[in-house]
Design a protein around this ligand. Structure first.
Ligand code: HEM
Length: 182
């Protein structure tokens, strides 16, 4: 299998990034949703938060590689081809998923910056994107949480579409994204 996408299937780069991003997104949601299992101020709670920040920032770093893989090679075509309307909806969904992977971590970075808090990244500290501003931090947090909540719906719809293509339409959409399958 080539590392680049071809007309008939995704390449190794896109496939690896797709499933790695899924793991990262699951871990980013998990660390925030379940931070409450550790009491406030404990080391465990701090670790959950730092993992949330660092894994979220990794998504922001990797999404550009995914976009690059998409622009340097053709996007494989689903066979049998879906209706034109279905293709338009799929394109809008992909756009929304890419926006989720870019805007959510960026808003998180802005939010920590405006709170005047450090932005950890695997032993490094990233620069703040803005000065300390309480009202701005509140606004960023509001958007960060709202987009993250919408993300649950988007990701569920995306997964449901994959199952629909595979089991109901019986086309190659899901198989094109699975490692090793033809
Ligand atoms: C795709 C990436 C990300 C997703 C899906 C995501 C999702 C979430 C979710 C679901 C929450 C919890 C909202 C609630 O309390 O109900 C949250 C909170 C938060 N996130 Fe993210 N996040 C991402 C990336 C980031 C990044 C990169 C940062 C910072 C560098 C960040 C900083 C924060 C902060 C500061 C909070 C509030 C924490 C608190 O209440 O103490 N997030 N995020």
């Amino acid at each position: 299998m080539s590392w680049k996408n071809t007309e008939t299937r995704y390449g190794k780069l896109s496939i690896s990034l797709h499933w790695l991003m899924l793991l990262l997104i699951a871990a980013v949601y998990f660390t925030m949703e379940f931070r409450g299992i550790f009491p406030k101020g404990s080391d465990g709670r701090t670790l959950m938060k730092e993992l949330h920040f660092m894994l979220g920032l990794s998504i922001l770093a990797l999404v550009w590689l995914r976009l690059l893989a998409r622009v340097i090679a053709p996007t494989p075509k689903i066979r049998p081809a879906p209706h034109a309307m279905q293709e338009k909806i799929a394109k809008l969904m992909y756009l929304a998923l890419y926006l989720l992977m870019i805007c959510t971590p960026l808003l998180g970075w802005l939010l920590l910056s405006a709170e005047g808090k450090p932005i950890p990244f695997f032993g490094l500290e990233l620069p703040p994107l803005t000065g300390k501003d309480h009202a701005f931090a509140e606004q960023m947090e509001d958007w960060h949480v709202q987009i993250a909540q919408a993300g649950y719906w988007l990701i569920s719809l995306h997964a449901a579409a994959g199952i629909f293509h595979h089991h109901i339409r019986r086309d190659n959409a899901l198989r094109m994204m699975l490692p090793g399958s033809r």
